[in-house]
Design a protein around this ligand. Sequence first.
Ligand SMILES: Nc1nc2c(ncn2[C@@H]2O[C@H](COP(=O)(O)OP(=O)(O)O)[C@@H](O)[C@H]2O)c(=O)[nH]1
Ligand SMILES: [Mg+2]
Ligand SMILES: [Zn+2]
Length: 322
Amino acid sequence: MERQTFENAIVVKQTGVLYRLTFLPEWKPFTAILSGRLRLAGSKLTNPITVGDKVSGHWQPDDKGKHRKAVITNISPRTNYLIRKATNLSRQAHVIAANLDRAYIILSATEPQTPTQFIDRFLVTCQAYSVPATIVLNKTDELEWAEGYDRLTEQLKDIYTKAGYEILEVSAKTGDGMDVLAKKLKDSVSLLSGISGVGKSTLVNTLDPSLRLKTAPISSAHLTGKHTTTFYEMHPLQTGGFVIDSPGIKGFGLIEMTREEISHYFPEIFKHSRHCYYNSCLHAEEPDCAVKEAVEKGIIAVERYQNYLKLLEDPDGGKYRT
Ligand SMILES: Nc1nc2c(ncn2[C@@H]2O[C@H](COP(=O)(O)OP(=O)(O)O)[C@@H](O)[C@H]2O)c(=O)[nH]1
Ligand SMILES: [Mg+2]
Ligand SMILES: [Zn+2]
């Protein structure tokens, strides 16, 4: 008897060995497992298949020939993906998500604060893997009373506007600015990333209250978020589009990047590097460096340049507590 096959299913969730698939834009997730061959394929990766992957396979009847089980046998080539080191010591990498139209890094206007070093590692990874990135500054409602954060917010906006990134200012609590975000998310698959407690899950709930994702207040003692979201999971939005909510990530180890390459992923540094005296200029100790000149003139933000130098010296470092 010939086996029934399926094609073009999208992975919407992975929990251990089980996957949930649906045929977008339809939303009727069903459970699937990996074929043995695919399980063996990903030795350097903790997960050979990830959320957003497009897969095909077959239906396998159980012993009694009754309940059908979906078995994934093939993965379609990815248009892009995001990856990070599984842990600091591990050589393994974790593919966070694939086939993304855009990745959003969510920041809090108040607490918890995300170090710019973390933001830049994220943005560099997005550049390196061809994922367009946007910054979302959440909790703007708290700026009315939280003292001192106005200045931090202005600094942040200055740094990343200079770098050429779009920054959306929103409040998941009051709904301020959410229409702009909803419009951007429409008709696409997007990843929401960022440290714990910045309001990723709350944002998804504001966009679509029927989803009721778990959220948690940040700790009042440490002003850090708690890990309430434990899996990467895609959700359909009533306003259109699909978002992948993330667990709070602790850090972004850069993977397979040479020192020369790092500057290519800072768009504003790369732009100026054409005018450096040395072709191979790393914009560190070299004389006649157009990048350093642009930093001195304030055209390139000094924070971005310093984070670039840190990556140059220690591409593997920088794990952050969240
Ligand atoms: N004031 C305010 N609090 C928010 C906003 N968005 C989220 N929060 C709160 O921030 C905390 C962490 O939110 P959560 O969605 O769990 O963050 P996640 O870890 O990024 O998913 C919760 O107490 C939320 O109620 C916002 O726009 N304004
Ligand atoms: Mg969450
Ligand atoms: Zn240079």
